[in-house]
Design a protein around this ligand. Structure first.
Ligand code: HPA
Ligand code: ZN
Length: 319
């Protein structure tokens, strides 16, 4: 649906559609272990977060040059624009590219070729959020932040993603403190597969202003009360939750209960090429399956701007 909205939880590497993956593989002489796009699509049956991440990291090896990252971002922005996205805060995973020798400059400058002209070409304003891989070491995260310093005019904030369980937020206290000192905004994935305590830790130890997923807060009424009181936005990803089995079916998704509880919920696509839909598709799915009213849908769209960095920038300027 084309209700104007902001997308706040979107991994750019997760927008790599099979057709583009094969085109980039051919352009860069990379062999993919799938006969064709059909065979690749058949691999999109996930048991959990890790089984998805294995494919996600495998497929992104086709991304090599600045132009590859520009093409990836342009393709995403075109699809997002068609579904009503007017502002996008976009995650990227530099450590996953550094592992095969693709440096920070290639990734950021490549993405910027598309993002820098996105308002004119797609009618979408954008911000970049550098994510640290939480299953890598804290020292590697610090090295990554240092490598990003020459590009900070293009990077709005930092996030934390990849395998959650066993990698609590506190592991990254030092790099979050360093990022805050550099004036970067802070978000983190928490409570997708990990326990509600990780959400509390992300708030208290990392100082995040927004929680990515945060689904499992519903297991802790005191935490829900706190998130409501402090107006902490949650970036929910309903189709992702179904495909990664965080919920059994979309009909079981707690989004209506979360809205009823007064949580500042937003609806996003996470890794749309893998999970069956872009931002508007996620809105359509929750409307259809969860029976959300038009008022609730408008609230979700409004929340997406309220929860964005834009809103806070304006608040900051007004102060
Ligand atoms: N969760 C954690 N890490 C990720 C995801 C996700 O849904 N997508 C890409 N990296
Ligand atoms: Zn995510």
């Amino acid at each position: 649906m084309s209700l104007p909205k902001a997308e706040l939880h979107l991994h750019i590497e997760g927008t790599l559609e099979p057709e583009l993956a094969f085109a980039l593989a051919a352009r860069n002489g990379v062999a993919l272990p799938y006969a064709d796009t059909e065979a690749l699509r058949k691999a999109y049956e996930f048991e959990d977060l890790q089984s998805f991440l294995n494919l996600y990291y495998e497929l992104m090896t086709v991304l090599r040059t600045e132009q590859d990252f520009a093409d990836l971002a342009d393709a995403y922005l075109a699809r997002a624009a068609a579904q009503g996205v007017r502002h996008a805060e976009i995650f990227f995973d530099p450590q996953a590219h550094g592992a095969r020798g693709v440096g920070m400059g290639t990734v950021v400058e490549g993405l910027w070729r598309a993002l820098g002209r996105s308002e004119e070409t797609h009618g979408i304003s954008t911000q970049l959020i550098l994510c640290f891989l939480r299953d890598e070491s804290a020292a590697s995260a610090l090295d990554t932040l240092r490598a990003a310093e020459p590009y900070l005019d293009r990077i709005a904030g930092i996030g934390l993603d990849s395998a959650e369980v066993g990698h609590p937020p506190a592991k990254f206290r030092e790099v979050y403190e360093a990022a805050a000192a550099l004036g970067l905004r802070r978000v983190a994935h928490a409570g997708e597969e990990g326990p509600p305590e990780y959400i509390t830790e992300a708030l208290d130890v990392l100082g995040v202003e927004r929680v990515d997923h945060g689904l499992r807060c519903m297991e802790d009424p005191a935490l829900v009360e706190r998130l409501v009181r402090e107006r902490i936005p949650l970036t929910l990803c309903p189709l992702s939750n179904v495909r990664l089995r965080a919920v059994d079916t979309l009909a079981d998704h707690p989004l209506p209960a979360m809205l009823d509880a007064g949580l500042l919920c937003t609806v996003n696509s996470d890794d749309p090429a893998y999970f069956g839909g872009y931002a508007g598709d996620n809105f359509d799915a929750v409307r259809r399956t969860l029976g959300l009213s038009e008022d609730r849908l408008r609230e979700l769209a409004r929340n997406s701007f309220t929860a964005s960095f834009l809103e806070h920038d304006e608040e900051r300027r007004a102060r």
